[in-house]
Design a binder for this molecule. Structure first.
Ligand code: GLU
Ligand code: MG
Length: 437
């Protein structure tokens, strides 16, 4: 690590934004302060008095504390970066995504397991059009699993990869995704908090690097309706006290433990409610459609990309449960907390796991249960799932729901209803989301 001339302190908010401040290095140990009522904000800077955000009490401060030993080299020359924690009156801010994840991890640790998480991002690169807007990055010779200049003529993904290597992000792979101008960035797995922090910083870095090159890297789930969507797949495994992968059972016909089956069952049982936290924009439901290999059905399968929970074929330390429903318009720490919580509920409530998907699951699946058909439905599902909401934390659910209901209300005012604008990327989404996501 080099000497830093300043420290960029970042923390994840409820809108999947990286907020924070620059601090001089010699003052970084003191942390910083922000108005707690940031959690009352929508993307357009409107505020609503969401529960707990104290907007009607004078927008008071919360503290952002940092662990100076966690400062790492940032991607701006000579600037360190660190993820902060939010505290108010000596207690963790309940709706701060990082605090929710800490609780979700602690609940697994109390059961004797360490959750491990691997995160895969997909994103589109956009370039300036003649009107000062954004159009898809021009890469006519690209194809799925493409590499090199035919996939990435201006070297945007390559530059992101180079910076990631230079500052120590642990990327497992980078490649062209299915559609032209779409890329996949896969990070190595780690302890849940470390993986979420790394992904959170990677996402901020990748957008900064692309933007400095005059391009917009968007993690919006479905910004181009003539192309597929972009997911943020969350791979979960659990390590027991002896350091072994607890998803394995060599004696079982499918090689998976009872714990693995319960974790799958929990994620499928709570799928619709999870959607409100893991696919939390109106745009998310333009991606979560049948035939999009994107985690639509309440199903799971062995190496099956049309299953929401996909189990990889290897039976070793890498055996994991990949939840393909989330997208990166959601706060990453909240998404990981939701996956850990739903999986844990499957274990604690001894939920029965249905059989694996046996069909193609493209337009039809072995189940007729699927995610909500829009953000409104997902919020209703979350409101109706007390078990899940209590387990992930009422503080977070109540604040997040209030914000997202207001966001949805604005969208409905603009377009009428969610169903009618399902097949278009509306001007409203372009203005409300695209600059930020
Ligand atoms: N793009 C798909 C999604 O929206 C996933 C494609 C893949 O299997 O990587 O989740
Ligand atoms: Mg992919």
């Amino acid at each position: 690590m080099t000497d830093h001339r300043r420290i960029r302190v970042l923390w994840p908010d409820h809108l999947a934004l990286a907020r924070g401040k620059y601090l001089p290095t010699h003052l970084a140990h003191r942390g910083t302060r922000h108005s707690m009522s940031v959690f009352a904000l929508l993307y357009d800077r409107d505020m609503i008095p969401a529960p707990g955000t104290r907007m009607l009490e004078g927008f008071p401060d919360m503290e952002c504390t940092i662990d100076t030993s966690a400062i790492r080299d940032g991607w701006e020359e000579g600037v360190g970066v660190v993820v902060g924690d939010l505290v108010s009156d000596g207690a963790p801010v309940s709706f701060a995504p990082r605090n929710a994840l800490r609780e979700a991890v602690a609940a697994w640790e109390a059961l004797g397991y360490t959750p491990k998480i691997g995160i895969e991002f997909e994103a589109f690169v956009l370039q300036r059009d003649d009107e000062g807007g954004w159009e898809p990055y021009d890469c006519p010779g690209s194809y799925v699993y493409g590499t090199g200049p035919m996939s990435d003529p201006m070297g945007i993904a390559e530059a992101i990869h180079d910076v990631a290597d230079a500052v120590g992000f642990r990327l497992e792979s980078v490649n062209g995704e299915f559609d032209s101008a779409q890329f996949e960035f896969t990070l190595e797995y780690d302890d849940a908090m470390a993986a979420a922090d790394e992904a959170f910083l990677f996402r901020a870095m990748a957008r900064d690097v692309a933007y400095e090159m005059g391009h917009l890297l968007t993690f919006l789930p479905r910004p181009l309706l003539d192309r597929g969507g972009s997911g943020m797949h969350i791979n979960l495994s659990l390590v027991d006290a002896d350091g072994n992968n607890a998803l394995l059972d060599p004696a079982a016909a499918d090689g998976l433990s009872d714990l693995a089956h319960r974790c799958i069952a929990g994620q499928l049982h709570h799928l619709s409610a999870m959607g409100a936290l893991c696919a939390p924009t109106v745009n998310s439901y333009k991606r979560l459609r049948p035939g999009q290999i994107s985690g639509y059905w309440a199903n799971w399968g062995h190496d099956h990309r049309c299953a929401t929970v996909r189990v990889n074929p290897e039976r070793d330390g890498s055996t994991r449960l990949e939840n393909r429903m989330p997208d990166a318009s959601a706060p990453i720490h909240t998404v990981v907390a939701a996956v850990l919580t739903a999986a844990r509920l499957g274990l604690e409530h001894r939920l029965d796991c249905p059989g694996p998907e046996t069909g193609d699951a493209i337009e039809e699946a072995c189940t007729d249960r699927f995610v909500a058909d829009g953000l409104g439905g997902a919020l209703a599902a979350l409101a109706g799932d007390d078990v899940f909401a209590d387990a992930i934390g009422r503080g977070l659910v109540d604040q997040f729901t209030a914000i997202k209901e207001a966001e949805l209300g604005k969208y409905l005012e603009a377009v009428g209803d969610e169903a009618s604008a399902r097949d278009e990327f509306t001007d409203w989404e372009k203005a409300f989301y695209l600059p930020y996501l």
